[in-house]
Every structure is written in C-alpha cells, then in structure tokens.
Design a protein around this ligand. Sequence first.
Ligand SMILES: *[C@@H]1O[C@H](CO)[C@@H](O)[C@H](O)[C@H]1NC(C)=O
Ligand SMILES: *[C@@H]1O[C@H](CO)[C@@H](O)[C@H](O)[C@H]1NC(C)=O
Ligand SMILES: *[C@@H]1O[C@H](CO)[C@@H](O)[C@H](O)[C@H]1NC(C)=O
Ligand SMILES: *[C@@H]1O[C@H](CO)[C@@H](O)[C@H](O)[C@H]1NC(C)=O
Ligand SMILES: *[C@@H]1O[C@H](CO)[C@@H](O)[C@H](O)[C@H]1NC(C)=O
Ligand SMILES: *[C@@H]1O[C@H](CO)[C@@H](O)[C@H](O)[C@H]1NC(C)=O
Length: 686
Amino acid sequence: MLHHPCFLHLQYPILVLLLLSVRPDAAVADGGEFIFDGFSGADLNLTMDGDASVADGLLRLTSGRLSFLKGHAFYPYPLDFTEVSNGSSLASFSTTFLFSIMGPYIDLSSHGLAFVLCSNKDFSSALPGQFLGLLNQWNNGNATNHIVAIELDTIMNSEFQDIDSNHIGVDINGLISVSSATAGYYTPTHAFRKLSLTGGQPMQLWVDYDSNQAMMNVTVAPCCLSSKPSWPLLSVACNLSTVLPGTAVYAGFSSANGVLGSRHYILGWSFKLNGEPAALNYSALSIKTIQELAAQLQYQPHTNKIKTIILCAALLPTVGIAIAVSATLFKLHMKRRLDARRNQLEWQREYGLPSFTYKDLLIATSGFKDKMLLGKGGFGSVFKGLLPHSNRTVAIKRVSPESKQGMKEFMAEIVILGHLRHRNLVQLLGYCRHKQQLLLVYDYMPNGSLDCHLHTQDRNLCWAQRFRIIKGIASGLFYLHEDWEQVVIHRDIKTSNVLLDGEMNARLGDFGLARSHAHGADAHTTRVAGTWGYIAPELARLGKATKATDIFALGVLMMEVACARRPIWVNSADGEPLALADWVLAAWRRGSITDAIDPRLDDYVEEEIEVVLKLGLLCCHPSPNARPRMRLVMQYLDRDAALPTDLQPDTLLMSNFDVSQDDNEMHEQHAMSCPTTAITDLSRGR
Ligand SMILES: *[C@@H]1O[C@H](CO)[C@@H](O)[C@H](O)[C@H]1NC(C)=O
Ligand SMILES: *[C@@H]1O[C@H](CO)[C@@H](O)[C@H](O)[C@H]1NC(C)=O
Ligand SMILES: *[C@@H]1O[C@H](CO)[C@@H](O)[C@H](O)[C@H]1NC(C)=O
Ligand SMILES: *[C@@H]1O[C@H](CO)[C@@H](O)[C@H](O)[C@H]1NC(C)=O
Ligand SMILES: *[C@@H]1O[C@H](CO)[C@@H](O)[C@H](O)[C@H]1NC(C)=O
Ligand SMILES: *[C@@H]1O[C@H](CO)[C@@H](O)[C@H](O)[C@H]1NC(C)=O
C-alpha cells in the first residue's frame, strides 16, 4: 500500500497517520449515491490523510493531540457531476452529515471543519489553522483551485472577514466566504435559535444544491430533530458549473486546528446526486459515544489569557504561521492592534454584533455619494452600498452628525436589533462607530417598501402576494411579542416600515422606537410615538405603547393591504377625513364587506379576504382588551381558528365606547405630540 503513488505526493509525512482503502480512481461511484451510517469495517470506502482516523464508529478528522494539525477524509471514487439530460452542465446534489466539535473549552475551539467538493483531493500543501487544511496563503482565492467548501468555523479571522467565532459559511475557491451566518436554525414558527458549534454536542448539517436554480441551501440543527428545519440558514445564489469540473468531483471533509488542540468528528454521512440523500439511521450512529466523550472533558470556561493567545494566532498575517507558536515575540508589536481589538470585542460581547470598518463602508458607498442615497429621515440618511470583498449589497444608515437624538437611542436600537433574528424582520448585519457617527448596516431590500407597492398606480400585488405579506408581518410581530426571550413592542407598524426582499417576503423594519421588556413585567412605555392613522385611541389618550397598540396598527395595516387605501384620507365628496376602519365597517354594514377592497384585485380568495378585513377590524377594536393576541391572530390567518361568531359590525362601533366624547381634544393633543415625522427611518434602507 505504501508504494501507491499517492503516498509520495504527501509532503508532510509526519502528519500522515493513515491512508486507507486506496483504490484506483478510475471507477466512478455507482449512481452518485452513498451513505455511511457510522464509520467502521475493513472495506470502509474512505480515503484519509493527515491526522484523520476511524475508531468506535466515528470518523475523527483531528485528534487534538498537537497544535496545527490537519485531517482529511474523502469518498475515494470520483463522482460524475455531468448533467447532460437537462441542459445545465452540472448535476444537483444533496448531502447531510452529523458532526461534533470539541475544543478544550466549552466556548472555544480551533479552527474548524469543512465539507468539501473538489477536483483534486491532494491537500498536502494546504495549511492548518485558519486555512482549515484546504488552502494556503498563495492559492487562497485562486479560481484554479476548483474547491467548494461549507465551513464550520469556530474562530473569528479578520483576514478572511469572518463575522464571528461561531459561523457557517459557503466558500468558493477561497476562505473569504461568499455568504456566512452565525450558526443556528429556524423553528417551525420561524424563530431563530442560535447554536454553539463548540462544546461537543452532535449536530446535523444539510447542503442542498439545485443546479437549475444555481442555488445552494445550508441548514444546521442540533441532533436529532425529527425533520430538517424548513427554512435554511443560508440560501446562496452560486453557479457551481463554473467552479467544479463535471466529470470527476471528490466529496469529503477537511479539518484543522490551531494552537488549541481541538477534535473534529463526523458521525454519519449521506450523499446523493440529483435527489434526496438516504436518511441517516440515528440509532446506528455513535451519538452516545460522542456525548460521553464531551461529558468527560468537564469543560471549563476559558480564561482571558487563553483568549489573548487565540487572538494572537487568529490575527497573524498569513505568512506568519510559524511565528504563531511564539506568541510572545510579536506580542509587543501587536499590542496596539490588540488593544483596539479588545475594545471592539468588549463592545461586541455587549452588543453581540460584528463590526465593519469605516473604510469598507466608505468604499461600499463610494464615499457616501448622493447617487447612493436611498432616503433621509429624522435620524439620518440611508445609503445603498456594495461591501467590498463579499460583494454583498447592503443598506447603510448613517446617523447625521447634526442629529439631535442621542447615541443612547441608537444603541438601544442596536442592542435590540442585533439580537433579533427572524425571516420577517429586516436583519441588522453590523455597525461601525466612526468618531461621533454611527453607521448601521442592514440587509438591502431590493423591492422597497410595501407602501410604494400599494399606493403606486402602476404597481399591483396580486392577492396571493398580499396575503403572504400579511402573514409574514404577523409572523414577525408574533416573534417580537411572544416568541423572543424579551417582549419587544415595535411601536411604529405601518406599510412604509414593511420592506420586501428579493422574494417578496415581508420584513418589518424600523425598531428605532422599540423598547424591550422582560416577559411578564409591565410592558408599558411612556413616550407617545407612532404614525397618525395607526395610533390606537388609548395610545393617543394615555401615551402608553403596549402589545395591544401594536396590534391596533397591524389591524389598520391589514385593511390597508386589502383595500390599497391609506389609513386616513379626505373624502372628495364632503372634504371630511375618513378612516379606513370606518370605511370597511360601513361596507360590512351595507352587507358586503368585500366592496371595500382594492378594485384592482381580481384574483382574491373570498374567505381569505374576509378573514383579513374582519380580523383587521377586530384588531382595531376600540377596547384594547378585545383585540386578539398575536398567537390568535396567526391562528385566524392560518384559518386554524374561526373568528368569534359574535363579531358583527355593531359590536365594533366606536360609539359603543366613551372614547368619542373627548375626540376633538384628543386629536389636537395628538397632532402636537406626535408629528408623523418623528420616527426613525431605518426602514428606508431598502
Ligand atoms: C464501497 O463502495 C462499493 C461501490 O460503491 C460498494 O459496493 C460497497 O458496498 C461499499 N462498501 C462499504 C463498506 O460501504
Ligand atoms: C429540468 O429543468 C427544468 C427547468 O430548467 C426543471 O423544472 C426540471 O425539474 C429539471 N429536471 C430535472 C430532472 O432536473
Ligand atoms: C492561480 O494559480 C495558477 C496555477 O497555479 C497560477 O498560474 C496563477 O498565477 C494563480 N493566480 C494568482 C492570481 O495567483
Ligand atoms: C432553498 O430554500 C428555499 C427556501 O428558502 C426553497 O424555496 C428552495 O427550494 C430551497 N432549495 C433547495 C435546493 O433546497
Ligand atoms: C451556470 O453556468 C453555466 C455555465 O456558465 C450556464 O450554462 C448555466 O446556464 C448557469 N446556470 C444558471 C442557473 O444560471
Ligand atoms: C438502524 O440501526 C439499528 C442499529 O444498528 C438497526 O437495528 C436497524 O435495523 C436500523 N434501521 C434501519 C431502517 O436500517
């Protein structure tokens, strides 16, 4: 076996512990499908090198016995990715595997592991550490690499623009990810749950590539959920036809550690071209063994000293791998940089968000040029930007120096937004502090605000889109009110704060006025804010924002979407202002509530639109206690619950309540304390 030419290619013979099952590479794998329900057996179909080995049914890529180790394991036969049948030049594929990462500390491990597709499985010249055993400083990013990797990265490397020390990224030919996200998954209610990759807990990862769409989805979840989460963590547009050769592609894993002796395990693996991979048989995998191993480690949280050493290693310029071990040597040299870095880390620990450099944001916006300006609001300007390196389009909100609002308010926004993650919320990607300026970076929403789509003549959303948007907003607000660890009152729900992403998913933006509260505590706030027309009567009177005032605004918004009318408009017949709720109610009283809807809608589902209009009215009930909670709103929209049978036009009449007696006085007061412009404007970031 040692005479096989492959062996001679390896330039790091010390690291070569095992080279199993070397077979001629001529044979092409049968049907492009294989499964490893655990790793054992003499005829195991696996080629390993470096520190990789197989024991107890586990594939251990790195053992953690030494620093700077790397390990690889590949399915030995090349896979035929050519797809002649359907026009596209590369096949689709799906794969899933169970993994476990054990660092010496529960919250610290180095460096990570990756699922790899490549044309050449000789990684002898690749470096460990931040190069994950995949590349080195000379070939990183070179298009001739023909490598696609999904990295599970547990160290934040600034040279590769890592977002944090616990992320999953898609790498193409280089270690600067084309897309990455903090590890976590979406529950069936679309709430985001963070996952810590380190600490040894077994987790499952799925990679699905659809060549017809040129889209790759990456999903991760703790082991073992009954089914794969229905929303992927990452959904990346990438055409792999240009990256991988069709005829001979190798699939496998690469892993590497740095100064920390970390272990990387694979428990089971299933792969298939053009279809769903066979499900892993969890009871055949060594899940218990892994859990026992993790328990034996008796994890301690790491100390700051260790963090410094890790930082030193992580910050090292690429050429300096060898110097990494002698951290003391360059400690002096790096001191200033480290201090700044530590400062930043502290800020990050507090706010839990990645930073951008001011330089990058300057480049992204061509120096905050006017042509990149998306909008201006009470708090500052919003620019469109193209981040260098990652080529990601973002919206950057710059808080104007002349802004009267304090830094504190913005920090409140950052703190809340930074911790919130949901499919139907505008995602804050990071921030940058530059002198007295604060720059907030958001996902760019290519389809602009819902407001524009509803109230522009030449744009028309069909009913299916509108209904999906309503459900999306409800889902986002449910998350804020009931599904997150703290109650968040949005306080400014309106159509101009709902943005539409590339797939026309609704995303709630503008949490500038949001304040969080511990669950159960009195969720009242004292400053009256909001937008005229969406403000609940008791909010105007008492100035207290509550969940119920958010739900009132949601009710108005639902009717606005169905009717394409503003919450308040001036009746052309008598010049009197008319409220949308009254308009819908009047149509209902006349016996046909659907008379109120947008005349441009011709494809609506009668039952759905009736639920939306009646629910909208119920949410706008003058008495806050009569308004449904978000959980119930969701059930009504999903038609899992029927609207109350006693819901009739007469039970909703404003005049049944004594709010109207001080109506005039209230309006005046209101006009003074809540000008419609007193709102933050992050939502303009589209
Ligand atoms: C190895 O692969 C060959 C060909 O695909 C297959 O026939 C054989 O059963 C595999 N062996 C194991 C142990 O999976
Ligand atoms: C072939 O391509 C079309 C669209 O390009 C797609 O709808 C269809 O599912 C593909 N068929 C297969 C077998 O991939
Ligand atoms: C990429 O790699 C090829 C082949 O190794 C080499 O000829 C080329 O110069 C490299 N390109 C860059 C930009 O380093
Ligand atoms: C990726 O996920 C999206 C949902 O975000 C889904 O519509 C799409 O079909 C998925 N694609 C693949 C290849 O699984
Ligand atoms: C991907 O790239 C190949 C080659 O450039 C092209 O033929 C194919 O149409 C592309 N696929 C998609 C979905 O854009
Ligand atoms: C799963 O693995 C267990 C234990 O090895 C075995 O008894 C069982 O038959 C397997 N189930 C399937 C569906 O292969």
